[in-house]
Design a protein around this ligand. Structure first.
Ligand code: GSH
Length: 324
């Protein structure tokens, strides 16, 4: 996959990726700075100052794209969506100017990391939150970026929507914890495992969580009852990729989401919320994983199916109560 080491791009980073047990270990994100509405950090919230580098297949990037739309921040925070296959880092046919421009037709996201820190050692990941004024990376951890979008841009966005309300924080944190470890990242732990034992463990934990969710969603419209929170959108980005990608590509094949009545209807319910389908790029998702991940699928052939998977089909969740 490649990464930057002391400011230089290296192609072979296999030794950084898996622990000795063969388990996939996701590295910590490196840039952890915060935008604040009250100007208490070095990055005050401003309109048209910040930018997000994204890719259509990435579930972590998708989180930020969803919250940007839900909070009504599309005119305030600009984005670049990766539109070229990866040869090194995330690749774009257009840059953002001021030296961050395509070279031989390709703008590589690592150019931005080099501009932010000439000695940077670490991964080059989406989403990356970029400051167009100070010309640096603010943050590359999606869980933190969505919190900033939720609370710090209310002068411009929809302040009536709070995806992390005070009263539900403890509950949301508990859902996030389990769902991140065993499901959001659990599918990667299956797909990138380098030993049978590591895969087996990831697979069992993953499906235990899905079975628990199937049960929970039998009586709750959303994770925390009738309120849609960030925990739902974090779950959504994994569920919507599950049947078309993770089931086959990452060997998560005990069952499909569309064969689980509660999970499937919950997924359709979220997909059918205003504006969400338009920023859920199913073709980009399939192409990005199957077509552009030679370590998992060397032929790069993108499967045509599944054909019995229709997110626009009517869901049956209204009986559980209306979204608050
Ligand atoms: N913890 C990070 C993870 C981001 C991440 O791993 N993104 C993947 C794309 S799905 C990536 O950019 N991988 C490139 C790499 O690891 O070199 C977050 O949630 O923002």
């Amino acid at each position: 996959m490649g990464m930057l080491v002391e400011g230089d791009w290296i192609d072979d980073d296999a030794k950084y990726r898996n622990a000795e047990s063969g388990a996939f270990v996701r590295p910590e994100s490196n840039f952890r700075r915060f935008i604040t509405a009250d100007g208490s950090s070095e990055f005050p919230a401003e309109a048209n100052r910040y930018h997000l580098f994204l890719a259509p297949n990435c579930p972590w990037a998708h989180r930020t794209q969803l919250v940007r739309r839900i909070k009504g921040l599309e005119e305030i925070i600009s984005i670049s969506m990766s539109d070229l296959p990866r040869t090194k880092s995330w690749a774009y046919s257009e840059g953002i100017g001021n030296g961050l421009d395509p070279i031989d037709g390709v703008f590589e996201l690592y150019q931005a990391y080099q501009a932010a820190d000439t000695d940077y050692t670490g991964r080059v990941t989406v989403p990356t939150l970029w400051d167009k004024k100070d010309w640096t990376v603010v943050n590359n951890e999606s869980s933190e970026i969505i919190r900033m979008l939720n609370t710090e841009f209310n002068d411009w966005g929809d302040a009536s929507i709070d995806l992390y309300p005070e009263a539900l924080r403890e509950e949301i944190d508990q859902y996030n914890d389990r769902i991140y470890g065993t499901l959001n990242n659990g599918v990667y732990r299956c797909g990138f495992a380098k030993s049978q034992e590591a895969y087996d463990e990831a697979y069992h934990n993953l499906f235990e969580t899905l079975e628990w969710l199937e049960d929970h969603l039998g009586t709750n419209r959303y994770l925390c009852g009738n309120v849609i929170t960030e925990a739902d959108w974090r779950l959504y980005t994994t569920l919507v990729r599950f049947d078309v990608v993770y089931y086959g590509h990452f060997k998560c094949n005990k069952f499909r989401i569309c064969d689980q009545p509660n999970l499937w209807n919950y997924l359709k319910d979220l997909y059918q919320r205003p504006g969400i389908a338009a920023i859920t790029d199913m073709e980009g998702i399939k192409r990005g994983y199957w077509g552009d991940m030679p370590n998992v699928n060397p032929s790069g052939i993108v499967p045509l199916g599944p054909e019995d998977f229709d997110l626009t089909e009517t869901h049956n969740r209204d009986g559980l109560g209306q979204a608050a």
